[in-house]
Design a protein around this ligand. Structure first.
Ligand SMILES: CC(C)(COP(=O)(O)OP(=O)(O)OC[C@H]1O[C@@H](n2cnc3c(N)ncnc32)[C@H](O)[C@@H]1OP(=O)(O)O)[C@@H](O)C(=O)NCCC(=O)NCCS
Length: 301
């Protein structure tokens, strides 16, 4: 008996049936909907691995976030194909396409060895918080007592995000993310419900929430401290009909993750931010400068 003699071809992911890609990600337990794939295919490029009869057995994507930076994501090989070199082959194809840009990614535990082998270095964990929420907003108070429930940081007010906020959101996100990505922000803002924090007429923090996976995801969240991050995230915590909410953050401790857990979003899983070419993340503590409190997604960063 001879089992599984795979012969694979890499094709442009833009031409591949989204339902087949969706089946691939469901097959490794990922929550993405077909619409989540469509968004990523609009924002990025990539390859899919097809077998001799056209079945989709693997994928890898890269997202040209800015001229000088890209992220890699949606690296998947079908379980029966794993540990045979296909993951490294597909990732190599997208790294070659991304050229000499520095690359950042968020690696699942299953993939850290693959990326180490391709020259990536680990930087910091990402904490995936998620859970069922109800129609009532979560507890907005900060455990440290610096911000009572329902209060706003001094001298600020919060309101819904509007299309005209886009330039301010792009600038804040660029300061936190390390590269300006107007196309990504424009697309996310159009799909999202958002809140901004305003001080002296200037937008100084924001959070966006859009449909994703089993429910909704809050991200990006950009703020210059825990109290501001909580202030823009809190109004997005309540889902009118209840449901499943997710937020990926690099904040390991402090008021922000404690607030997430109190709102019904406990820590679910951890992935590792890695980079190649140059370090991606700024060292130091949040507070002084705009900081990414919530990722747009693991693939986009
Ligand atoms: C992560 C994933 C893409 C790896 O794909 P793959 O086809 O198995 O990768 P490869 O066969 O090219 O293996 C790459 C490296 O990982 C190692 N590896 C593969 N499977 C492994 C496993 N289960 N445990 C430990 N190491 C493993 C291989 O030995 C190889 O290491 P080496 O270069 O030192 O020999 C695949 O397991 C997968 O799709 N997992 C689910 C989705 C996921 O987590 N994707 C990553 C997103 S960041």
């Amino acid at each position: 008996m001879r089992l599984d003699p795979f012969e694979l071809t890499a094709v442009d992911i833009a031409g591949v049936d989204v339902e087949a890609l969706h089946a691939l990600s469901v097959g490794v337990g990922w929550p993405h909907r077909a619409d989540d794939w469509r968004l990523l295919i609009d924002l990025g490029q990539g390859v899919a691995a097809l077998d001799e009869i056209g079945r989709v057995l693997g994928s890898a994507m890269w997202f040209p976030q800015a001229e000088a930076f890209a992220t890699v994501g949606m690296v998947i090989t079908s379980p029966r194909l794993q540990a045979r070199g296909a993951g490294a082959w597909l990732t190599g194809a997208v790294l070659a396409a991304a050229g000499d840009r520095p690359i950042g990614l968020n690696a699942t535990r299953a993939a850290t060895r693959l990326y180490h082998g391709l020259g990536f270095r680990a930087e910091r964990p990402v904490f995936q918080h998620q859970g069922e929420v109800g129609p009532a907003p979560g507890d907005g108070g900060l455990a440290s007592g610096t911000l009572p429930a329902g209060a706003m940081p001094q001298g600020t007010l919060s309101r819904d995000a509007e299309p005209a906020d886009l330039p301010a959101l792009v600038a804040l996100d660029a300061a936190a993310f390390g590269a300006a990505r107007p196309a990504v922000l424009r697309r996310l803002l159009a799909l999202s419900q958002g809140r901004v924090l305003v001080r002296d007429g200037r937008v100084e923090a924001f959070a966006l929430r859009r449909p994703f996976g089993r429910g909704a995801v809050i991200g990006p969240v950009v703020a210059s401290g825990d109290a501001e991050a909580v202030a823009v995230t809190r109004p997005l915590m309540a889902l009118p009909d209840g449901g499943f909410l997710r937020l990926d953050t690099r904040q390991a401790e402090g008021d922000f993750p404690a607030f997430l857990s109190r709102c019904g979003l406990p820590l679910h899983d951890t992935v590792e931010t890695m980079s190649r070419g140059r370090p991606w993340l700024r060292p130091g503590r949040p507070g002084a400068a705009p900081t990414t409190y919530g990722l747009a997604s693991q693939a986009l960063g």
